[in-house]
Design a protein. Sequence first.
Length: 393
Amino acid sequence: MGNYFLNFIMKKDINKEKFLSYFNNLDEKNFLIKDEKKRKKIFDFYQKNDFPNQKTENWKHTNISQIFKSSYNLNYDIKNIDFEKYLIPNLNANILVFVNGIFQKENSKIISKDLIIENLKEAKKKYLSIFDENFEKTEVSLENNFTALNTLFADDGIFIYVPKNKVIKENIHLIFISDGLKKKAFLSQIRNLIILDENSKAKIISSYTSSKLSKNFTNAVSEIILKSNSDLELNILEDEGNKSFLLNNNKVFQNKNSNFSCNTITINGNLIRNDLSVSFKEEFCKCSLNALYLADKKQHFDNFVFVNHENANCKSEQNYRGIIDEKAIIVFLGKIFVAKNSQQTDAKQLNKNVLLSDFAKVYSKPQLEIYADDVSCAHGSSTGQLDKDLKMR
């Protein structure tokens, strides 16, 4: 018993040290957080906590142990990548390309004159006050050890700022490509900071894709700050390789009368975990969160959604639907929290799944936690198989 317990503890420590070792050769001068007190706070969190596992409440049905079985390389080589195939035909858009977490300026283009886009290092120099006010504002680094690692060692990423009273008519297409060699596994750290100032509007498409042959792990974190009366539509497209892992964490802060809509489409990948958290920091906010996932083989897609109604007169909708075939596994955990003084809350949550195989599995758990009495809240979940006669037709 003693040896087993010791080995179990050592194994967890080894995973922590193993992931820290990947960043030994990075230049500390490039880290986005240089303040020693902040770095110590995040590092202490990392040391005190384990990586999420199936004993972690919000990760019960997702086994991430396979992520730790590989040793990863940090590789920014972009030779022989066909960028054109990742573009959406006939889309009038600003194009921002990333390879293995690094912004590729020469393969990107900005066509909107009112849009401010920089890599995070340049943004910190040019727009210091805006950067410092908003970067790590959501404290996403203290969510789990993956977000802590992302924050500690983030040395590049994208800064998108839509100034006050500006409407960006053209799409903003972010293309995140993970690419490597067949016999090597690669780790990409993606960090984004998206800010819409007062009375502004924009539409963003985030595409996550990777080589079908190589084993890649993408650890992505995006902070989204929506100021008063702003409006953002975010469309997420996830088409990863058959051996790839993607942890995609989006944390959203909404201010008064802002509107946020998010549409996530997941069609391929070995293991994909989406964390989407929305907090209403002031009154009269709205959000619409939708997802479609198509899973087969032994794919594992996990969606965790949290909407924090911490202020009154706000509205949220969640609509997550999927089709699951063969031995695929789907996890949906959606939570709506309504604070004590958040009267006139309107919150709805729905998860529907269709199974095409007797071996496919769905774990669905919609949740409501309500402390106000003048609210309209509803949730529901259904999972079933197609009628056999209908399936034959």
